[in-house]
Design a protein around this ligand. Structure first.
Ligand code: 2PG
Ligand code: MG
Length: 422
């Protein structure tokens, strides 16, 4: 049974140059493990609370010194010297110690960092790969497949200064048989898209928060058409070889019953659903994330009824990896896929529960990184251990993204596991 000797925190910088939290967990056995946690920009209103210092003179208020001090003081005092049978016990202690409904007292960033550092320490102590430890949290004896990557090609919305409303247009290498082939396919499409945007918009390789290309598209249709053309130029057939996924992230352009897709296009929820269905008619889209806003509960069931069977109706801000919201959405028939982001809920055990509930309802699970990431690769192991259908990590540029893809390549080489079906 692992006994914690000490936990410590450190404020580090994420891929946007904003502070985030790193934690180390030292066990009495001498094992030490360190992890860092990511941070979103297009955050859902119902996410667990990320604790920030709020001092405008330091990192524009985004400092994490308080969260780090909560690890070094309160959390360390409560955990040091204690044995924890398993992850669920450790996470329950953290939740109880925090005592708030949204982890705002100690900070979800502090709590998750400790939850994950304990997980990595346990994996080292048990001498199992991290993906194997994660599989154990879901009562799986072994990992059985690798998630299929869905990779950011074009960015807009909050990740690219909102030059277009849609946040991510992703490519999905549906014909690829291996992770290696999937990544080679996407790199070819990305390079073709980079050439195309240079020719068409005169912009050199300037990328958005997650490494996607972000030229000044004249319209959303131009964004889709350019993606299709890039797939063709790279020598693939749009649809059977490489399909599309979209994160509409529509909470961020929705207000008072209106979806402001562009200054000319201000749509009612019903018209928005029609617009999404038209995109599905025109383009080979297999997954549609946050097609409606996070609190538009009245229309999500209609969205699902209209699109299910054609594309995944995937909830990100809508579900916030929150077991209660997922149960409510299952009862309302409001979606059929979960975007799983561990830091939206704040502990591994709760995120694992979210994943279990979604699967039990027959939903698809896409494991996702955040737009503010670090060079830590634990998410790759989690996506394998929890048998994610898809993984969404951002583009194939920038090392905070590549750390995850490279870890997936290493897991593939080690296990020879197959890729999940599209
Ligand atoms: C999303 C994520 C990742 P953020 O909306 O799905 O693309 O963005 O981390 O900014 O919430
Ligand atoms: Mg999203």
């Amino acid at each position: 049974m692992p006994i914690i000797r000490r936990v410590t925190g450190l404020e580090i910088l994420d891929s946007r140059g904003r502070p985030t939290v790193q934690a180390s967990c030292e066990l009495v056995s001498g094992v030490v493990a360190t992890v860092s946690v990511p941070s979103g920009a297009s955050t859902g209103a119902n996410e667990a609370h990320e604790l920030r210092d709020g001092d405008p003179k330091r990192y524009r208020g985004l400092g994490c010194r308080q969260a780090v001090s909560n690890i070094n003081e309160t959390i360390n005092k409560a955990l040091a010297g204690f044995a924890f049978d398993n992850q669920a016990e450790l996470d329950a202690s953290l939740i109880e110690l925090d005592g708030s409904s949204d982890k705002s007292r100690l900070g979800a960033n502090a709590i998750l960092a400790v939850s994950l550092a304990f997980a990595r320490a346990c994996a080292i102590e048990q001498q199992v790969p991290l993906y194997q430890y994660f599989a154990g949290l879901q009562n799986r004896s072994a990992a059985s497949r690798l998630p299929r990557p869905t990779i950011n090609l074009f960015s807009g919305g909050k990740h690219a200064g909102a030059q277009v409303a849609i946040q991510d247009l992703l490519v999905v290498p549906v014909a690829a048989q291996t992770m290696d082939e999937a990544l080679a396919t996407v790199v070819a499409v990305f390079q073709a898209a980079a050439d195309l945007t240079h020719e068409r918009y005169g912009v050199r390789l300037l990328t958005a928060d997650e490494g996607g290309l972000a030229p000044p598209f004249p319209s959303l249709d131009a964004m889709f058409e350019d993606a299709i053309e890039a797939i063709r130029r790279a020598g693939f057939e749009p649809g059977p070889d490489v399909a599309l996924a979209v994160d509409v992230a529509s909470s961020h352009f929705y207000q008072d019953g209106v979806y402001a897709l562009s200054p000319q296009q201000r749509l009612s929820p019903v018209d928005m659903i029609e617009q999404l269905a038209q995109w599905l008619d025109r383009y080979p889209i297999i997954s549609l994330e946050d097609g409606l806003a996070e609190d538009d509960w009245a229309h999500w069931p209609q969205l699902r009824a209209r699109l299910a069977g054609r594309a995944l109706v995937l909830g990100d801000d809508f579900l916030c990896t929150n077991p209660a919201r997922i149960r409510k959405a299952i009862d309302a028939n409001a979606a059929n896929a979960l975007l799983l982001k561990v830091n939206q809920i704040g502990t591994l055990t709760e995120a694992s529960e979210a994943c279990r509930i979604a699967r039990a309802a027959g939903w698809h699970v896409t494991v996702s990184a955040r737009s503010g990431e670090t060079e830590d690769s634990w998410l790759a192991d989690l996506s394998v251990g929890w048998s994610g259908d898809h993984i969404k990590v951002g583009s194939i540029t920038q090392s905070e993204r590549l750390a995850k893809y490279n870890r997936l390549l290493a897991i593939e080489a080690e296990t020879r596991l197959p890729l999940a079906p599209p």
